[in-house]
Ligand binder design. Structure first.
Ligand SMILES: Cc1cc2nc3c(=O)[nH]c(=O)nc-3n(C[C@H](O)[C@H](O)[C@H](O)COP(=O)(O)OP(=O)(O)OC[C@H]3O[C@@H](n4cnc5c(N)ncnc54)[C@H](O)[C@@H]3O)c2cc1C
Ligand code: FES
Length: 464
């Protein structure tokens, strides 16, 4: 007997439930109780997955009695399945992922764009990753974990270059995750997934075990140039997820009908994870991406190698957005150094020569329907400041993802403060790591005098 709550949730979105199956047109959801013997459960789930062949027209949901049991199963090896628990059905909660410290193994560190590359895609295997909710971030070492010969020990392979005695970064650096991957789920599963929104609000996919991040090498930086030296098989120490989460379900409660994402350069990276979350909850999403050139997005995707093909050309962000189920007509690309030519299947009228806020301004001026909209942005400060103005004029709720130089990542060193305006009009400072990184754009005092920020030991001191 299925819980009555499931019936109520599905009815809200026009699905009908009979016995343990819900149907809407050609789509079907089958519910299983977690109390069945695991082997029998796995067999039934596998049969559904094989018959459905990755189309996600038929999906399976396992209902557990409590959250602990659910998390155990989510971290296990059940075939393609979603989870919920009776406890959550009774009162939906946002569980903030637990902060952990772990080592992640590098699978690829791929240069992106023309040579010399400025951006890299780092792919990690991290079975301990578990959950992360956008726009949380991790503090990550930029040097690999070494064999225990002391902090300056080098691996055999490094002897060719000699021992590097130059100053090494001591502190971890903050990075947002770009994408996460889940066992038994195709990388583009969101493309075909169309969950009833009310049910999606209480469903969980299996725990992620692999993730990507995109980083930009700062010419004057100490840590990011070192990241380019990381190789497949290296292990890197990380702490996280850190920072406040943003519960996209709140958008639906606020009557938001459409979400706009506006990313500038590497600022787009953490927004991809947010797009995935929005697509999981069946939100219509339009994405505006600002880059220097189209070419700066291209890379060889070695991990997509097939029998007949060693690797394939891929475009960061664009391919990720398509895999997340964003329609090509909902992707807009602005390049400030060239008129972008045909990019994947993005319509020509969505390609713009100029800056992304300008493209967004023009889009807003010509759009026909204007349902209640929320927007999220991340990129250079000047861009986010302009976006704040545009959204204020268009009466769009804008959230910004801030990036500040960080010392600790969890609220004790005050190196990441941002000036904000409080409700009473007075100004104040908040910590981006603890109070953010997501903020209401209207609260940010953009013309901040950064020279007045408290200084912190950034870790540039030599390791010894
Ligand atoms: C929450 C969060 C998420 C982030 N996600 C990403 C990401 O996905 N991809 C990515 O490439 N970068 C991201 N960053 C920025 C990244 O952390 C910095 O680029 C990196 O720490 C620089 O390290 P470095 O050792 O090379 O530079 P450092 O040697 O530490 O500094 C070099 C110079 O850069 C300046 N600088 C360093 N960090 C910042 C910053 N955050 N903002 C402004 N100026 C800075 C310093 O003041 C200094 O002048 C994120 C930052 C935050 C706070
Ligand atoms: S990084 Fe230390 S308080 Fe934010």
């Amino acid at each position: 007997m299925l819980p009555i709550q499931i019936n109520n949730l599905l009815a809200r979105d026009g699905w009908t439930l009979r016995d343990n199956e819900a149907r809407c047109g050609s789509r079907c959801i089958t519910f299983f109780s977690a109390n069945r013997a695991t082997a029998a459960l796995a067999k039934s789930l596998r049969a559904i997955a094989e018959q459905d062949a990755g189309r996600f027209r038929h999906i399976s949901v396992v209902i557990t009695t409590n959250v602990e049991q659910m998390n155990r199963l989510r971290a296990g090896k059940l075939p393609r399945v979603f989870f919920t628990s009776i406890v959550e059905l009774e009162s939906p909660v946002t569980t903030v992922p637990r902060v952990t410290s772990f080592t992640a193994k590098i699978i690829a560190n791929t240069p992106v764009g023309p040579t010399p590359p400025v951006h890299y895609r780092l792919v990690f295997d991290a079975p301990e990753l578990g959950d992360i909710l956008p726009p949380q971030f991790f503090m990550m070492d930029v040097l690999p974990v070494r064999t225990p010969l002391g902090s300056r020990a080098v691996r055999r392979a490094d002897w060719h270059d000699g021992v590097d005695w130059s100053p090494q970064p001591l502190l971890k650096r903050p990075f947002g995750l770009c994408r996460v991957y889940r066992p038994n789920f195709p990388v583009d599963y969101l493309k075909r997934l169309a969950l009833p929104p009310a049910l999606a609000a209480v469903l969980h996919p299996p725990a992620a075990t692999r993730f990507d991040l995109l980083y930009k090498v700062l010419p004057e930086g100490i840590g990011t140039p070192l990241l380019t030296k990381l190789r497949r098989g290296d292990k890197v120490h990380m702490v996280g997820p850190l920072g406040r989460t943003f519960d996209v379900r709140a958008l639906r409660a606020d009557g938001i009908e459409e979400v706009h994402i506006i990313g500038g350069g590497v600022g787009m990276a953490p927004l991809i994870l947010l797009v995935e979350e929005l697509r999981f909850h069946s939100f219509p999403v339009k994405v505006f991406l600002g880059m220097a050139t189209l070419e700066s997005l291209r890379y060889r995707d070695e991990l997509a190698a097939t029998f007949g093909e060693k690797s394939r050309d891929a475009y960061i962000y664009i391919d990720d957005l398509l895999a997340a189920g964003v329609a090509p007509a909902d992707i807009f690309l602005a390049c400030d150094r060239e008129q972008p030519r045909q990019a994947r299947r993005i319509p020509r009228e969505n390609l713009f020569h100029g800056l992304v806020p300008e493209q967004y301004r023009r889009f807003l001026a010509t759009r026909k329907s204007a349902g209640k909209t929320a927007a999220f942005t991340c990129g250079p400060n000047r861009m986010m400041e302009v976006m704040t103005e545009i959204c204020r004029e268009a009466n769009i709720l804008l959230k910004v993802l801030l990036e500040k130089r960080m010392g600790c990542g969890f609220g004790v060193c005050f190196s990441c403060v941002q000036k904000v305006r409080r409700v009473d009009g007075a100004t104040d400072y908040v910590r981006v790591c603890k109070d953010g990184p997501i903020f209401d754009a209207k609260d940010i005092v953009w013309k901040n005098d950064d020279s007045k920020q408290p200084s912190v030991n950034c870790g540039c001191a030599a390791r010894s």
